[in-house]
Design a binder for this molecule. Structure first.
Ligand code: ZN
Length: 145
């Protein structure tokens, strides 16, 4: 029964036309023997057909054009993000230096700002880390049937 989980994942990939040739052959062999998976595949295809039709109708009604980002555009966004981050870090560095070397700012304010900045940096780091860990994951494996 536990190997059936593999086939359930393959069924979802088949519906989305995401099977590798090896997976396609494996699934075809299994479908020949398993009526339950044939029924499930038919169900998945029927559901996908309906949701695709609904999606198309919504997109047509709303006149929304789905974004298509090419490799060049993604690279440009990455460069722009890098420039923005470098500028922000540079500015923060200068501001932090001015702030912490200013003798008129009370120590309690310096400590409070340090705690605030540390918490913000930690949360931002966690968010970026979570995003990076999520890259390349197979979303089909995360669906619990
Ligand atoms: Zn089966």
């Amino acid at each position: 029964m536990s190997d059936h989980r593999v086939f359930e994942t393959l069924l979802m990939k088949a519906v989305d036309d995401r099977l590798t040739p090896a997976d396609r052959a494996l699934l075809a062999g299994h479908l020949d023997r398993c009526a339950r998976c044939r029924e499930e595949l038919a169900d998945f295809r029927r559901i996908k057909g309906r949701t695709d039709a609904l999606r198309e109708r919504i997109m047509r009604d709303a006149m929304i054009i789905p974004p298509r980002e090419g490799r060049g555009r993604r690279r440009l966004v990455l460069v722009a993000t890098g420039l923005l981050a470098a500028g922000l870090l540079s500015l923060l560095g200068v501001a932090a230096h001015e702030f912490f070397t200013d003798g008129e700012v009370p120590l309690i304010v310096k400590v409070s700002v340090s705690l605030l900045a540390g918490g913000t940096a930690l949360l931002a780091g966690l968010a970026v880390g979570q995003r990076l860990r999520g890259r390349g994951r197979d979303p089909y494996q995360e669906i619990d049937l």
